[in-house]
Design a protein. Structure first.
Length: 94
């Protein structure tokens, strides 16, 4: 499942890079997997509706908050995020 999600996100990037008229946010909102994007400081910059449901909070209330406010600081997710940043990829294994 995680490999499928990663491949789907790569396809979305390829298609939307060639089609500026495509609403990228609408596509990400339609993905049934949880998507949370954070900046370099760990601040949430985007969540899709699956993430809103999982975290039981609206995108508006999550935006601007640190991810470690919602996920325990010792979660392996943070190690995966660091690995993704170093490798220039996304986290699809958690």
């Amino acid at each position: 499942m995680n490999k499928l999600i990663g491949e789907s996100l790569q396809r979305i990037r390829r298609v939307t890079s060639r089609r500026p008229d495509v609403d990228r946010e609408a596509i990400l909102q339609a993905v049934p997997a949880i998507i949370v994007a954070v900046d370099q400081d760990g601040v949430i910059v985007f969540v899709n509706s699956a993430a809103e449901n999982f975290l039981q909070a609206s995108a508006q209330s999550l935006a601007g908050q640190r991810l470690d406010h919602w996920v325990p600081a010792d979660s392996p997710l943070f190690t995966l995020i660091d690995q993704a940043r170093r490798g220039g990829s996304s986290v699809t294994e958690y």
